[in-house]
Design a protein around this ligand. Structure first.
Ligand code: ZN
Length: 208
């Protein structure tokens, strides 16, 4: 299955212009099987997602992009998020205690919100976002190098805040699933690959 694992919807991400319908329309057009909403430090979308999924007839998995003291981490499969900034390791431990899945997103993007070399210090992280739609290719290649060095899963996500960015980069997983628990279980147990929109389809890649 193909999933855009990093998207901001405007209800809870106030820097986003995207509505859920706009996100899903583009996802369907490009042949994605699901999308993730990873709003900034907010999982309010969890309460609305069943309605949206039924209305738009599309799987939507709600995670979060949590701004830890060392930078942003996206996570799925947790019920609560801390109400203030905490250390990256403490957040990763929280995710693992819940049986969730967490990713260092845009670790080397030039916005001072990536884990950067702290990637080597944390324990229990599952994946690295090696293709982020808002990071430079150089930053993405550095992320890929760390991902391989650390033996973590390679994740792709658009980090879209407007329609032009949606599904630029996505993640490939071997099985197609439609529920969040199945998605998290697969992320934890199976291989993932990043994929790049080429104008007419997705190239699933090992390197770039
Ligand atoms: Zn983001």
């Amino acid at each position: 299955m193909l999933v855009d694992m990093h998207l901001h919807e405007k209800t809870f991400s106030h820097d986003s212009f995207l509505s859920m319908k706009e996100i899903v329309d583009i996802a369907k057009l490009r042949g994605l099987d699901a999308v993730c909403i990873t709003d900034h430090d907010d999982m309010g979308m969890k309460d609305l997602v069943r309605e949206y999924s039924e209305e738009l007839e599309f799987p939507i998995f709600v995670g979060v992009e949590f701004f830890s003291l060392w930078g942003d981490i996206t996570a799925w499969g947790i019920d609560t998020i801390p109400d203030h900034r905490i250390g990256a390791q403490d957040f990763i431990d929280h995710v693992n205690a819940s049986g969730g899945f967490c990713v260092s997103c845009h670790p080397f993007r030039n916005n001072n919100r990536g884990l950067e070399d702290n990637l080597r210090r944390v324990r229990g992280l599952h994946g690295v976002e090696v293709l982020n739609g808002s990071a430079s290719m150089e930053a993405n290649r550095t992320a890929l190098r760390y991902c391989r060095e650390l033996g973590l899963k390679a994740i792709g996500g658009s980090d879209a805040h407007n329609t032009a960015q949606v599904a630029k980069y996505v993640t490939w997983l071997p099985e197609t699933v439609t529920t969040l628990p199945d998605f998290v279980a697969q992320l934890r147990s199976r291989d993932t690959k990043p994929a790049i929109w080429n104008g007419s389809g997705f190239d699933i890649v090992d390197t770039f």
